[in-house]
Design a protein around this ligand. Structure first.
Ligand SMILES: [Zn+2]
Ligand SMILES: [Zn+2]
Length: 601
């Protein structure tokens, strides 16, 4: 009876956070802003000085009433922080320098002083969480947000930078920044200010504001309006930050993903998969991946496919950056978990051959990339149509799935996939050979029948019974429909082409036993004449003959031979066992094996 077909339903897999590195928000200080284009604080003190003494002096100067002195002190303080930030930030915080610097920010008539104070605060905000929270405690956020309406581009840029550093500290700091209503003025500035240096910092800050789990509560439509405009930028750094922001938004609640898809950003995102810089490709790819695996009533995979994503994803699985390779495979695996039309896109993109290569790679193989590549093939096999499965088999998928049988986390799914492949092969074979069973390493399935997980062993046993047979002589496994194996009607078992069962056939045995019995009859005759003690055996022989009379003539001939062989062993009881065996419809071949196994008398 044909077993029920394995169903082809696969859930899309959310990202395995253990496998895929998280890109946490990073803080940037004025002295080492080297995110993409290195940006060095223009002020740098030459030579060394006693930092502690300098700090005590500076604190006094910062509190001076003279604005020139204040400016000079702030500038010096900023440069000290640039050079010796780690050593001095705590010192500065302990000395109550921060409230004074924040005070300087409020003086809108002295932009030079504002700017120097902002630079110093940027470096403080780039410090530890404790240091950042001291800024928050001093109400730095609202003071900074109030600067976003300035006409001075430098001040605007620097204020956004400090806010970005504070938001990068973690979700608590991020939410405090968001709570001050930073988003609206920030997005407004992004729309109005087209200066690249500002957009770089603004998009970086925006991405920090969207980052972190749990996701922040934000009005996504307002953000998307600005995002759409910024996405058209040609600047690598701006594109990188804005794509990271989008990837965070799409890693959030499903209404966010829905809004992103509805905002028509997919076309541009797919275009960016082909960007020359991996800094853009990586977040664009991550966003596309997040959209594809969205857990929503609506499936957005189709939109992503219609934007032409699959061919680009296929190119990215061969990217030199392993993170990108892995992410591209993961995204493709989720597309391959879709409808047959969606799987067809994956097949037609030419991705299967490189995926099989990645999944089968032994030398210099990245285990994570290998597994993600295998997932694509596994999902396509589980969800594909018969024709698609045939194509996957022709591309070498069977070997890949067989390799997965050794991986405890993948073995069950690999068995499912292989079972589906065998089913399809069975349908292709008609009455002939199952072309897929040949390709399968049956020893692996055989081994799994003894797996410690009963679900796995049951599945393996079921598969084994349905698709494989063992030669009764050499014990080698063959596919059930293999032409190299024949069912011998006389032996009533399967025998492979390498083995010969004719020596067990009755015609052969008949001849063999005839010659043995002639020789033995004479010997026996002599013994009977000489020893009366043999009478007991003779009586047993009569007893056996009676028992045998119930069998057919052919069987009697065999038993006659057996009986004679046994007669010399002084153990007539063994013969009883053989008779019982045959009368219970045991095969002659098995009986012969049994006799060979009996210990010699
Ligand atoms: Zn054999
Ligand atoms: Zn035979």
């Amino acid at each position: 009876m044909m077993e029920e077909r394995v169903d082809g339903v696969r859930e899309r897999r959310s990202r395995n956070t253990k496998l895929l590195e998280e890109f946490g928000a990073e803080k940037l200080n004025g002295g080492c802003y080297d995110n993409i284009n290195s940006r060095v604080d223009p002020i740098a003190l030459k030579g060394t000085c006693d930092l502690r003494t300098s700090m005590i002096d500076l604190e006094k100067l910062l509190h001076s009433k003279n604005s020139e002195t204040q400016l000079e002190a702030t500038r010096k303080f900023r440069s000290l922080l640039t050079l010796e930030r780690d050593a001095l930030v705590q010192e500065a915080l302990d000395r109550d320098v921060v409230p004074q610097l924040l005070e300087f920010l409020k003086d809108k008539s002295n932009t030079a002083l504002q700017l120097e104070a902002l630079w110093a605060l940027t470096n403080v905000a780039a410090g530890t969480s404790e240091q950042t929270h001291l800024l928050i405690k001093n109400n730095a956020v609202s003071t900074l947000v109030s600067l976003l309406d300035t006409d001075n581009e430098e001040i605007l840029e620097q204020a956004v930078w400090v806010l970005g550093n504070i938001a990068a500290d973690g979700i608590s700091a991020r939410d405090k920044v968001l709570a001050t209503g930073v988003m609206e003025p920030l997005l407004q500035c992004m729309k109005l200010n087209k200066k690249i240096s500002f957009l770089r910092i603004a998009t970086w800050t925006l991405s920090n504001l969207c980052d972190g789990q749990p996701r922040p509560s934000i009005k996504i439509t307002n953000i998307l309006e600005a995002v759409l405009w910024v996405l058209q930028s040609e600047d690598t750094e701006v594109l990188s930050h804005i794509c990271w922001a989008l990837s965070h938004l799409c890693d959030g609640p499903s209404p966010h993903i829905k809004a992103v898809v509805k905002a028509n950003v997919c076309v541009r995102l797919v275009e960016l998969l082909d960007h020359k810089s991996w800094r853009v490709v990586k977040p664009a790819l991550r966003t596309v991946g997040n959209i594809v695996c969205a857990e929503d009533d609506q499936d957005y995979t189709q939109q992503v496919i219609e934007c032409g994503a699959v061919p680009w994803l296929t190119r990215l699985i061969q990217h030199p950056n392993r993170e990108i390779q892995k992410e591209a495979c993961w995204t493709l695996s989720n597309i391959a978990a879709g409808t047959t039309e969606q799987i067809q896109h994956v097949l037609e993109s030419g991705s299967i051959a490189p995926l099989v290569d990645l999944a089968s790679k032994v030398v210099d193989a990245d285990p994570d990339v290998k597994i993600e590549a295998s997932w694509v093939l596994l999902n396509a096999t589980s969800c594909g149509s018969d024709a698609q499965i045939n194509q996957l088999v022709l591309s070498g998928c069977v070997a890949v799935l067989c390799n997965l049988l050794q991986d405890n986390t993948m073995v069950m799914m690999a068995l499912e996939g292989l079972e589906k492949i065998l089913q399809v092969g069975e349908e292709r074979s008609g009455d002939g050979i199952n072309p897929h069973a040949y390709l399968l390493d049956s020893s692996k399935v055989e081994e799994l029948q003894k797996h410690r997980s009963s679900a796995i062993s049951k599945r393996a046993i079921r598969m084994w019974k349905q698709y494989f047979v063992v030669c009764a002589i050499c014990n080698c496994a063959y596919s059930k429909r293999s032409p190299r194996l024949k069912y011998c009607l006389e032996c009533k078992c399967n025998v492979c082409e390498k083995c010969d069962c004719s020596i067990y056939h009755l015609t052969y045995q008949d001849q063999l036993w005839k010659s043995i019995s002639e020789g033995e009859a004479e010997e026996e005759k002599a013994k009977l004449q000489n020893k009366k003690s043999k009478n007991k055996k003779k009586r047993d022989k009569v007893k056996q003959r009676k028992a045998l009379s119930a069998f057919s003539d052919e069987t009697s001939v065999v038993l006659k031979g057996i009986e004679k062989v046994t007669m010399t062993s002084d153990e007539p009881v063994v013969v009883d066992n053989y008779v019982d065996f045959l009368s219970n419809n045991g095969s002659i071949l098995d009986l012969w094996k049994m006799m060979e196994d009996e210990p010699a008398a």
